[in-house]
Design a protein around this ligand. Structure first.
Ligand SMILES: Cc1cc2nc3c(=O)[nH]c(=O)nc-3n(C[C@H](O)[C@H](O)[C@H](O)COP(=O)(O)OP(=O)(O)OC[C@H]3O[C@@H](n4cnc5c(N)ncnc54)[C@H](O)[C@@H]3O)c2cc1C
Ligand code: FES
Length: 262
């Protein structure tokens, strides 16, 4: 159980973005890239929990922050909850990101895919690593609501409609960062989260440079604990053979070479 400290809207209401701060023992063990599986109602329906990424961890203060976009019934019910209420949240669940000890980290986010990358970026900056966030979104209205949550991380933005930053998807920002061999030698790593087509477009150029890339995947989940096989995706093992991977337990973060992008 977690105690709700804050559950508030961010930016313009039509963006439907929320920050949820929880007081919980889970903060002591949570790692960047892991997620919470949240029961949004005490009533029997909706039965399934909703997975939300851990976006900030305050281990000393015992607090975890998640951000969410109100999408359907589950997140609508979540948005109605008030500070002081308790929330049935399982976690921290899943396999998170590698936090590099040295080198440089490039975060690549599509829209609300930024959420699991925030705590990774802040962990990398605390270790003194160079860290940059490349972040693509629909338009300036999205970033007016969402950009403040990533204020601690050096950031470059792209919008599909060109209303802010570079025009295009986040891929329009990528090429200068992949070019210099020197950065390769300095140990550049990438971590990404966003829509599947974005991740798929990213993999080719990054792997062509032989740079390590971890991706956080989404899948519709039931148990969230590795038991029901409801969240499986096609992956590759070390020998290149096709294997099934459970996003909730084997991921949600995978080395890009462990995902079957075909
Ligand atoms: C590991 C993981 C981390 C996530 N982190 C975040 C986050 O930090 N912030 C955020 O806003 N969203 C996140 N999502 C997506 C979020 O879980 C869905 O948007 C949410 O479950 C939708 O529930 P709903 O009832 O409002 O919508 P509905 O569309 O009514 O949901 C119906 C059912 O589909 C499932 N579902 C719908 N969309 C998704 C989706 N994209 N991924 C997985 N299951 C889905 C729901 O769990 C539910 O069982 C994450 C998903 C995963 C798998
Ligand atoms: S949701 Fe049950 S195995 Fe992943």
């Amino acid at each position: 159980m977690a105690l709700i400290m804050e559950n508030c809207g961010l930016g313009a209401p039509e963006q439907k973005l929320y920050r949820l701060v929880l007081q919980s023992e889970m903060a002591r063990t949570a790692q960047p890239g892991q997620f919470l599986h949240i029961r949004v109602a005490e009533a029997p329906a909706p039965l399934l929990r909703r997975p939300l990424s851990i976006a900030a961890i305050d281990a000393a203060g015992g607090q975890i922050t998640v951000y969410y976009r109100q999408k359907g019934l589950g997140t609508e019910l979540l948005a109605r909850k008030r500070p002081g209420e308790t929330l049935d949240a399982l976690g921290p669940l899943g396999r998170g990101f590698t936090i590099p000890a040295t080198g440089a980290l490039l975060l690549v986010a599509g829209g609300i895919g930024v959420f699991p990358l925030l705590t990774l970026g802040e962990a990398a900056l605390r270790r003194g690593l160079a860290c940059t966030l490349l972040w693509g979104g629909e338009n300036s209205a999205f970033f007016a609501a969402a950009a403040p949550i990533a204020a601690a991380i050096p950031c470059r933005l792209a919008t599909v409609d060109g209303s802010l930053g570079t025009k295009g998807t986040v891929m329009a920002l990528l090429s200068p960062y992949l070019a210099p061999a020197a950065e390769n030698e300095a140990g550049l790593r990438l971590a990404a989260c966003g829509p599947y087509p974005m991740l798929r477009a990213l993999v080719g150029p990054v792997q062509a440079r032989r740079l390590p890339l971890e991706v956080s995947l989404e899948a519709t989940m039931a148990c969230g604990l590795g038991a029901c096989l409801g969240c499986t995706v096609s992956g590759r093992n070390g020998a290149g053979a096709r294997v099934m991977r459970r996003v909730c337990a084997d991921g949600p973060v995978f080395p890009a070479e462990e995902v079957d992008w075909a």
